[in-house]
Write a protein that binds this ligand. Structure first.
Ligand code: ZN
Length: 160
């Protein structure tokens, strides 16, 4: 039984806290992972980190629509980066906004999967960007601190 959890938005101080590692997979953690996937899909996001649903645990889910996703990363660590990409980034915790951020164009990540087996993932372009963005959340970092220039509004609904 999956459930959609409330997404915390910027200004909620939980988003600036450092998350704790997951020591073992438990039914509660399994349920959290499933809820995170459900919550991400419901919000049309490509990634979600546990603090965004109020849980200070080092868990990330990503689905950029490629054949290998969704990615479930427990205790992820970036172990290699290369190159550079500049592009627009948004965040489910900063609804309706986007800004330009420079990230590595290639990222290699070490993590545990849902069975707590070690996995290595490599990503370029959007996947590399998603790895960086989501793993930053686990250390309380928001992309808005990295934006070059101004944050832009992506929807004008409230003004119409
Ligand atoms: Zn985010």
């Amino acid at each position: 039984r999956m459930a959609i959890r409330k997404i915390r938005t910027m200004g909620d101080r939980i988003l600036n806290k450092v998350c704790r590692p997951v020591e073992e997979m438990t039914p509660k953690i399994q349920e959290l992972v499933e809820d995170m996937l459900e919550t991400m899909y419901d919000a049309y996001g490509v990634g979600l980190a546990a603090p965004q649903v109020g849980m200070l645990k080092r868990i990330v889910v990503i689905d950029i629509g490629d054949e290998n996703g969704p990615y479930v990363l427990i205790n992820p660590v970036i172990i290699e980066t290369a190159g550079e990409q500049r592009g627009y980034e948004g965040c489910l915790s900063v609804p309706g906004m986007a800004g330009q951020v420079t990230r590595p164009n290639y990222v290699k990540v070490k993590a545990m999967d849902e069975d707590m087996n070690e996995v290595i993932y490599e990503g370029t372009e959007l996947l590399a960007r998603a790895f960086c963005h989501e793993i930053d959340h686990l250390d309380g970092k928001m992309y808005t601190d990295l934006v070059e220039g101004e944050l832009h509004r992506t929807s004008y609904d409230e003004e119409e």
